[in-house]
Design a protein around this ligand. Structure first.
Ligand SMILES: Cc1ncc(COP(=O)(O)O)c(C=O)c1O
Length: 458
């Protein structure tokens, strides 16, 4: 770290509280300051270049230097830099984007609603679900089920949906009416000899038991990511989504697909819902919708949602919800151009083919003594690290080995992220096979660098 008192690093320590950072440690170690981007690469202030193997935060589909998005923003900025959708106002980018998203949806959807982040979108989904229950004269139907390890954001409601301890501890969360069922983590949680289908049946039974214990007439909705991202890239085992959806339909419970990571090509289909045969009532979209060049998120809701909401807004006089920046014209214009690029360049196809190469190369690492499991679909994957493959035991505290290898990765020119001991790979959708090879070569070197510390006698 540059320790000069007026260096950007020192000023960052002095003035900036970071998200998802140990604030005390940060005072010692300081920031990594990223200065510019180029394709799948970013460069820090010292001129070091890194492959951005997380696409920022699972989000920069088209890479870090896409001029067409810059031009789309500039054009819209000079034409109409701001407008909103309150009180029946609209603007062209928003009309175009709403139409585009509803048409892209893999199941019949009725309307798009615009927000600024994944958290806001999930919060909004929860409010819409409560509003609908009241509209239908079912005021007791307010409970929401999400999953342990699920990630849905950090606002009070969406952090409650999130099933990770660090999002609840000392925040006095989760709030009432949010319940968490088991994560579909086959490698970690299956009983000895249990097949994927049997494990999925057991989880669906657990879900039904929870619904019956709470009273089915009190359960409004189930929220789930097609693949869990921040919870460790948990790919659902065979049969999981079919069995869960059978339980939900039995009790007339709404399904919300949080497509914030999976949406727009990540899994090798346009939406994760297609990859796993999910038929949601609400889809939550963000991140790759604009490649995160500007903040924008959206909900797609079906007729089952829209009709009662419309009636209730008529009864009350307005749908009393909306964000000043929701559906911002510049962000909407960038999103439209970004979706055009994803289609023109067939980045979904690229996620499928280059993704297959990435998955195959990573799976070759399963025999490495520090690798417990390799999992993933398309251009999203995780390698779960262990000190011992048989017992699946961690090296010291959970997360220590993940942190060690992630540190070596950075030294080897790759920015990734360890969720505890799972190292995630979620590169921009424009990545090539050769670049995947460079990335995984660096990962192999990082595993080799960790070996003498973890297994000194091997
Ligand atoms: C699946 C999922 N949902 C919601 C969110 C929250 O999005 P945001 O950080 O934009 O609030 C995230 C963020 O990573 C996510 O991965």
């Amino acid at each position: 770290m540059d320790a000069r008192p007026n260096s950007p690093e020192a000023r960052d320590i002095r003035y900036h509280l970071h998200g998802y950072t140990n604030a005390r440690k940060h005072q010692e170690s300081g920031p990594l300051i990223i200065e510019k981007g180029d394709g799948i690469y970013v460069e820090d202030v010292a001129g070091n270049r890194y492959i951005e193997a997380m696409a920022g935060l699972w989000s920069v589909a088209v890479g870090f230097s896409e001029k067409r998005l810059v031009d789309a923003a500039a054009r819209q900025m000079s034409k109409l830099p701001y407008y909103h959708d309150f009180g029946s106002k609209s603007h062209s980018p928003l009309v175009d984007l709403a139409e585009k998203l509803v048409q892209m949806a893999p199941v019949p959807m009725s309307k798009a609603y615009f927000t600024n982040s994944g958290s806001e979108a999930n919060d909004t989904a929860m409010k819409m679900i409560w509003y609908r229950s009241n509209a239908l004269g079912q005021p007791a139907r307010k409970k929401i089920i999400s999953r342990k390890r699920g990630y849905h954001g950090v606002t009070i409601a969406s952090a409650s949906l999130t099933g990770l301890p660090n999002n609840h501890l000392s925040f006095d969360l989760p709030i009432a009416n949010v319940l968490h069922t088991s994560a579909p983590h086959y490698w970690r949680d299956a009983e000895p000899g249990e097949s994927e289908e049997q494990f999925s049946s057991r989880l669906a039974d657990d879900l039904e038991t929870l619904i019956l214990a709470e009273g089915p007439e009190t359960i409004a909705a189930f929220f789930g990511e097609p693949i869990m991202g921040a919870g460790g890239v948990i790919v659902p085992p065979a049969g999981y989504w079919a069995k869960v959806q059978a339980v939900l339909s039995k009790y007339d419970i709404l399904l919300v697909a949080d497509e914030v990571i999976c949406g727009f090509g990540r899994t090798g289909e346009m939406f994760g819902s297609q990859t796993f045969g999910i038929k949601p009532d609400i889809m939550v979209l963000s991140k790759q919708i604009s490649s995160s060049y500007l903040p924008i998120s959206a909900l797609l809701i079906n007729e089952k949602m829209f009709e009662p909401i419309a009636d209730e807004s008529d009864r009350i006089g307005t749908f009393g919800h909306g964000f000043t920046g929701g559906g911002h014209p510049v962000a909407a214009a960038v999103a439209l151009e970004n979706l055009k690029l994803i289609e023109e360049r067939d980045l979904v196809g690229n996620a499928r083919t280059v993704g297959a190469h990435m998955q195959a190369r990573l799976r070759k690492l399963t025999s490495h003594p520090l690798v417990g499991e390799v999992r993933g679909v398309g251009l999203i994957a995780a390698v779960e690290l262990v000190a011992d493959q048989t017992s699946k035991a961690p090296w010291g505290k959970p997360g220590a080995l993940g942190g060690l290898v992630n540190g070596f990765l950075q030294q080897n020119g790759v920015i990734s992220r360890n969720m505890s001991d799972a190292i995630a790979f979620c590169p921009p959708l424009i990545i090539t096979e050769t670049q995947v090879d460079t990335l995984i070569d660096a990962f192999e070197r990082s595993l080799a660098a960790a070996m003498p510390q973890v297994r000194p006698l091997d």
